[in-house]
Design a protein around this ligand. Sequence first.
Ligand code: TYD
Length: 137
Amino acid sequence: MNSLDDVHIIDLPKKIDPRGNLSFLESNSSIPFEMERVYWIYDVPGGETRGGHAFRQQKEFIIVLSGSLDIVVFDGEKEKKISLNRSYYGLYIPNGIWRRMENFSTNTLVVCLASTIFDEKDYIRDADEFIKYRNAR
Ligand code: TYD
């Protein structure tokens, strides 16, 4: 079962160029999974929180392309807050970790690369159920 130690920032290549910088990533080599889906979050009103849940199987990599936010991760025992505000790195979150996104700045654009296609059954949306799920392992 994954713990908070498995949640980590991954730096991406950064091609610095007077014409404008460029970063990129590739499935499997830049991030530790093959991506099957991309989704993005935008137009978040001030004070909103998103993504309070865990996934049974889905791993993900979250990049803040513009703006800033905090991601709070929780493994059933400990909690950690990571601030993201650059487009040349992202946060890897393996499966089995609760996470929520908060403190969005105006016009923040977040892109999430996911290891699975969308499956509502993969979500654990209830915090008590998540703690039971963790303790059962
Ligand atoms: P959800 O992951 O629940 O976002 P949050 O936890 O921030 O509220 O997604 C919101 C809604 O969008 C939910 O009804 C599921 C749907 N959705 C998809 O249909 N496909 C997707 O790839 C994602 C991420 C969400």
